[in-house]
Design a protein around this ligand. Structure first.
Ligand SMILES: [Zn+2]
Ligand SMILES: [Zn+2]
Length: 375
């Protein structure tokens, strides 16, 4: 195998370097010399949110994963502000991201594999012509048929230049601070938006918890969710990529989910896909069993036998509940298919499903206690 590095992509490298230099040097110098205008600061934050969430709600959850559908007005908005984020066209981004999910962590096939190091997964993968990063649209036939996606792909450069210069210039003209707007709404906003998104490929595959799966490097991290418009719950996302949510609890920070949900109340987004609570609980319990078993194997002490017995009895109950659930679901499907369910029966089924879910919830608490005893 050749040890030579692939060719450097000069345009991308220069774009990242120059925008970073201008943001890091230009903004502090300007602020020190002239001070900052509150309206421009506020406008740059709003633009940061619009471009960031056009990537998370648009490029990622809408186009890459098809986790919901959206009205044309929403799609046009997401396409325009997604172009302003300068992260390549929807077609290239979404296709690469689908490859990332399919071959996650694979050295040669994941375009931004975290196993190739922090720098590579954060930004390095875009700077050279790595074979793993070459676009291939076999996994994006739906996007090739999407007129809006293809329009953006064909006119990508014009859209990038237009949005990144015209919008900050318009804001600057309106508030009478042209240079400040170009620096803050243009360069600083772009650099922050870049790195906040890149954290999802680097940090969210490096630091955090893995409550749903340990079969890849993706982690849940509440702090990174703050920087990534809710995409920090990446462990959940890698197991349940079709869910329009990344954070499943109301108290977890996922503004992208809130935006998609709020738009659905206005009928601007629809067919929001959610993973059933039962599947989520099953994944969490599987991980808890796995972790507790590992801890028990490493632990020492006189009460170990009792704990092992408790774990194996819980596992029996778990398998039993899974079988019960499977049978109930089959029965329910057969009845709904034959249209035999009346409203009374339907509510009885609902109660029986809920009863199994409650048993699993209690089991999860008992297992968490048992796991905590082994720390
Ligand atoms: Zn990932
Ligand atoms: Zn994804």
């Amino acid at each position: 195998m050749s040890s030579e590095k692939p060719r450097l992509i000069w345009t991308t490298t220069l774009m990242f370097s120059l925008t970073s230099l201008i943001a890091l040097i230009g903004v502090p110098c300007y602020a020190w010399r002239f001070g900052l205008d509150t309206s421009i600061v506020l406008a740059s934050f709003l633009l940061l949110a619009a471009t960031g969430m056009s990537i998370t709600a648009g490029y990622h959850r809408l186009w890459a994963h098809r986790s919901y559908e959206a009205h044309a007005l929403v799609r046009i908005f997401l396409m325009i502000f997604g172009s302003m984020a300068v992260q390549n066209s929807i077609l290239i981004w979404a296709s690469g991201h689908r490859t990332h999910h399919r071959h996650v962590d694979d050295h040669d096939r994941d375009p931004y594999s975290a196993r190739r190091g922090f720098w590579f997964s954060h930004i390095g993968w875009m700077l050279r012509e790595y074979p793993s990063g070459q676009p291939c649209f076999d996994n994006a036939r739906d996007l090739l048929d999407d007129q809006l996606v293809m329009f953006q792909h064909r006119h990508y450069l014009s859209l990038v230049l237009l949005t990144n210069f015209a919008i900050p210039a318009l804001i600057g003209w309106f508030f009478g601070h042209m240079l400040e707007s170009l620096l803050l709404c243009g360069f600083l906003r772009l650099v922050l938006s870049h790195h906040f998104t890149f954290f999802i490929n680097s940090l969210a595959h490096t630091l955090g918890q893995q409550p749903y799966t340990d079969e890849n490097t993706a982690c849940d991290n509440a702090f990174f969710a703050l920087l990534t418009w809710g995409e920090g719950y990446h462990n959940y996302h890698h197991l349940f990529q079709w869910d329009y949510r990344n954070a499943i609890h109301w108290w977890q920070y996922d503004p992208t989910k809130w935006l998609i949900y709020a738009l659905s109340c206005l009928r601007l987004t629809y067919n929001l896909r959610r993973v059933p609570d039962f599947s989520i609980r099953r994944a969490q319990l599987n991980m808890l069993f796995k972790r507790t078993e590992q801890r028990l194997a490493e632990a020492q002490g006189h009460a170990l036998e009792t704990l092992k017995q408790r774990l194996s009895s819980e596992y029996e109950h778990f398998v039993h509940a899974m079988n019960e659930w499977g049978k109930l679901k089959e029965e329910w499907y057969a009845k709904t298919k034959a249209d035999l369910l009346n409203s009374w029966e339907s509510s009885t089924y609902h109660d029986r499903f809920r009863e199994i879910e409650l048993r699993l919830e209690l089991m999860q608490r008992r297992l968490q206690n048992l796991h905590a005893q082994l720390v």
